[in-house]
Design a protein around this ligand. Structure first.
Ligand code: C2E
Ligand code: CA
Ligand code: CA
Ligand code: CA
Length: 278
């Protein structure tokens, strides 16, 4: 208000305090959650189009809050990224994913790749060593693990980032570029990254087949990715029409509600066994 400038300022401060308080609550709660087993992983299947085989899964973190119920990652991952708590969350996720992969490997399940999301803040020079150590402790083959990184991770010091990627890739752990097409990384860098897979973001998949631009972007990513020697996966596949378009465009893998939502370990194992018997 012009007549009472302090009025607005006071409101503004109040809003900020509320926002800050809420953020602090989530942060304290998340710290608690980490130490008290409130986090868990769900697994979403990835299908290879050519073979109709379940060839992988993405591990997605969930927070089971004792009072508030299931809190989706969108409500705490971005915050954890700004506060730095994502590093501890990421350590927990990698540990848990490898523990689960070890169980599945030992149970004699067919090998598949378990993908873990890694935030930019976790992508430091200590990451390759931690990954190697975790694989060793759980005695799992590196070919069981994949790390999904977003384009924003690659926007910092390119040579530093490529060095870390090279270390990870040398371990035999696959790297995929998540949410591809939504970031601002220069295409000229793409050929320098030792990545295995490009992952087409759901925002493009959603527009297939009705949106001409989304179709063009998806087809272009697929043909470019394949020409560069990468595999290409599309996320957020919900309809048969989308699947058919992607198949014809030469996409290697699909992930989405059409094939399966993120599910508990027990259900994923069941899906894997059933698909294996087909
Ligand atoms: P993301 O890596 O792009 O993960 C895919 C998201 O799309 C997941 O949401 C998944 O449930 C959802 N999804 C998959 N298929 C479909 C579909 O067919 N339709 C629709 N509408 N949605 C689909 P979720 O599990 O809520 O995760 C959201 C984001 O949170 C992830 O996006 C990722 O950026 C982040 N996140 C989740 N777990 C972790 C984690 O362990 N570490 C880090 N750093 N980030 C994580
Ligand atoms: Ca992902
Ligand atoms: Ca994604
Ligand atoms: Ca996405």
């Amino acid at each position: 208000r012009v007549d009472n400038p302090d009025h607005n300022v006071a409101f503004y401060r109040l809003d900020m305090n509320e926002g800050m308080q809420q953020r602090m609550q989530i942060e304290t709660g998340l710290r608690h959650a980490l130490g008290h087993g409130e986090l868990l992983l769900h697994y979403q299947p990835k299908f290879e189009i050519g073979s109709s085989r379940l060839v992988g899964a993405e591990a997605l973190v969930r927070w089971m809050h004792p009072q508030r119920g299931m809190i989706p990652p969108s409500d705490f991952i971005p915050l954890a990224e700004t506060t730095g708590l994502i590093v501890q969350v990421g350590e927990w996720v990698l540990e848990q994913a490898c523990a689960q992969a070890a169980i599945w490997q030992r149970a004699g399940l067919p090998p598949f790749r378990l993908a873990v999301n890694v935030s930019a803040r976790e992508f430091t020079s200590s990451l390759p060593g931690r990954v190697a150590d975790t694989l060793k402790r759980y005695r799992i083959d590196a070919s069981w693990l994949e790390l999904e990184i977003t384009e924003s991770t690659l926007m910092h010091d390119i040579d530093y980032v490529i060095g870390i990627m090279d270390h990870i890739s040398a371990l035999g752990v696959a790297l995929s570029l998540d949410d591809f097409g939504t970031g601002y990384s220069s295409l000229s860098y793409l050929k320098r990254f030792p990545i295995d897979t490009l992952k087409i973001d759901r925002s493009f998949t959603t527009g297939i087949p009705s949106d001409v631009s989304d179709c063009a972007i998806a087809s272009t990513i697929i043909s470019m990715g394949r020409k560069l020697g990468h595999r290409v996966i599309a996320e957020g596949v919900e309809t048969l029409e989308q699947m058919e378009f992607l198949r014809q465009a030469g996409c290697d893998e699909v992930q989405g509600y059409l094939y399966g939502k993120p599910m508990a370990a027990y259900d994923f194992e069941k899906a894997l066994r059933e698909n294996w018997l087909l």
